[in-house]
Design a protein around this ligand. Structure first.
Ligand code: DC
Length: 214
């Protein structure tokens, strides 16, 4: 079973999903780290991230293991390597390929079927688990999201904002697994909110729906 936390980059998904998982005793799943790992593997193999056929072939054969905040690619910890700006850019491209998405969605469903998860991504509530009993769609203003990302990576705000707009466009316009709110998702605007408040609101919704123990 899964609580789905979707939304654009920088809306607060990771911090909120991690906090909710901890509050409820569920397992946290960062689906973006799987697309990032695929992008890293593609770059290391010298592939063009835009080459759908080659990247899909590669993705199908990858050994990806996600354990909370740690991600193993072929048994090696790549948790740090997948966060560079080059991988961020490549991940945005590889995640547009239907075959790549199919491979990642299949793996995510297998995990979710085997336990209680709080999963964050773009398509958890719409594609990976349309039956999720609690779907949250987090949003925040463009500038707040870029400010948060710039603080994390140390890149200039303007550079982050421009790259973010381009990735948002790709996320929203791709044919498969496009970023959108599920019809039955609860939308929460995190602009100016404390993380702890958002976490307790979502945890409260889970308890109120009987998904987690009171
Ligand atoms: O959330 P993130 O920035 O770590 O995601 C990395 C990339 O993967 C980003 O370009 C969006 C994409 N992604 C996706 O297409 N579907 C998901 N469920 C999660 C992430």
């Amino acid at each position: 079973m899964v609580i789905a936390i979707d939304g654009p980059a920088g809306a607060g998904k990771s911090t909120v999903a991690r906090g909710v998982a901890e509050a409820l005793g569920f397992t946290y799943l960062d689906s973006g780290s799987m697309y990032r790992s695929t992008a890293l593997a593609a770059l290391r193999a010298g592939l063009d991230p835009a080459d759908g056929e080659a990247v899909t072939d590669l993705a199908r054969g990858l050994e990806i293991a996600v354990d909370g905040g740690t991600i193993l690619l072929g048994g090696v910890d790549v948790s740090g390597d997948i966060r560079t700006p080059a991988v961020t850019e490549a991940a945005s491209k590889v995640s547009a390929h239907p075959g790549v998405r199919e491979s990642m969605v299949e793996r995510q469903r297998a995990m979710i079927d085997a336990g209680d998860y709080v999963a964050e991504g773009r398509d958890i509530g719409t594609v990976v688990s349309p039956d999720s009993p609690l779907k949250v769609f987090l949003v925040a203003s463009d500038s707040e999201r870029a400010r948060r990302r710039a603080a994390q990576t140390g890149e200039p705000f303007e550079v982050v904002l421009a790259a973010q707009r381009e990735r948002d466009r790709r996320d929203r316009e791709r044919k498969h697994g496009a970023l959108r709110s599920a019809d039955d998702a609860v939308e929460v605007d995190t602009t100016g909110l404390e993380v702890a408040d958002v976490v307790s609101r979502v945890a409260e919704m889970a308890r109120a729906r009987g998904i987690a123990a009171p």
